[in-house]
Design a protein around this ligand. Sequence first.
Ligand SMILES: Nc1nc2c(c(=O)[nH]1)N[C@H]1C(S)=C(S)[C@@H](COP(=O)(O)O)O[C@H]1N2
Ligand SMILES: [Mo]
Length: 407
Amino acid sequence: MTSRRRFITRSALASLVAVIGTDIVFGKNLFEDYVPLFLDQQDPASAFGKVKDMIVLNDRPWNVEALAHHLDDAVTPASKMFIRNNGLIPTDVDPAKWTLTIDGESVAQSKIYTLQDLKTKFKPSTYQLTLECGGNGRGEFNPPASGNQWGVGAVSCARWTGVRMRDLLNDVGLKSDAVYIGYYGADLHLSGDLNKDSISRGVPLAKALQDETLLAYQMNGEDIPLIHGFPLRLVAGGWPASASGKWVKRIVVRNKIHDGEKMGGDSYRMPCKPVAPGAEVSDEDMCIIESMPVKSIITYPKSGAIINGGKKLALRGHAWAGELEVKEMHLSFDFGATWKQCRLTSPANRLAWQQWDIDIQLPQMGYYELWARATDSMGNAQPMVVPGWNPKGYLNNACHRIAVKVV
Ligand SMILES: Nc1nc2c(c(=O)[nH]1)N[C@H]1C(S)=C(S)[C@@H](COP(=O)(O)O)O[C@H]1N2
Ligand SMILES: [Mo]
């Protein structure tokens, strides 16, 4: 122990107490960078208020996914939202002292904002925004791709409230050569090395300037939960969720494609042209993932359900298509031989997922698979099998399938 270590601040302690839900007796003795065991323990249900049967893929860093039936709500509650961390959760989060710096070579004038500035000096906007991990569905690729073996549940669509990125960029002013923004968050690199970033990604200026691109300070009408980026998060809906930086401390305006951690190599990049499974792809043949592809999920019933044959079965779920809208939704119960059209709602706003539902009558007793297929406004439909193999297993938008038994 060195005397140079600093004790945790009062308000940072208060935010930890809020996460834990009870007083931390002797909390004032905690060091600033000490990670309480509570946040490091195995159980995301009690650590982060998640529903009990979410799947823990990893606990250092935390990676936790929802099962399809958890995602039944039109607006995803915090308790069912997947967790994807690349590093360690920041523990010394003091909203009273939190600042956001906007700088970089292409800002006219760099500025520092307090949270209070962001909340009071700029008009708030609220949008429901789909955030899907670029690696959602990775578990199905063959040969397997390294990384979290996500099933279908690394997707969410919560309501985010905050300042438009555009308003902040107007406030600092842009130089004529500005083309990209990048974020830096307060999470720690797994090694504990303070000079390393676990992730620092970004989006082109055109995406940053969209109405819906927010620096959010609320999720579903409350403070953002710590695990999802409290107190400030960049939210760029419809793009790989890795572009939506949590615990944002700094935004840089760049005169070139942002070159932060996980912007290059195989990270969140796809072969620009399709490659054979298992192929080696050189750096210059890899392209950054932008809009996510069309996809859907069946959230009711749960796979494995036993259905009473006398009754109609009401199925439902969501569909989304990155920057595009979903135009049609179909369901098959005969392994893709025929497809029935589902009802489909309009999105609450651009970049929000849409709700679909259908009533079907399964013809007789036995085992069925229900396959769901969305088609976007450009006519792209989900593939029935796993699409183009790529080194890191991104963008698997194959049709979601569930199994049911009619008795
Ligand atoms: N600062 C920071 N932001 C981050 C990450 C991270 O590790 N650190 N992970 C990214 C990735 S890869 C994803 S998929 C989403 C996950 O968001 P969630 O945990 O709130 O669901 O956050 C993104 N933003
Ligand atoms: Mo991700």
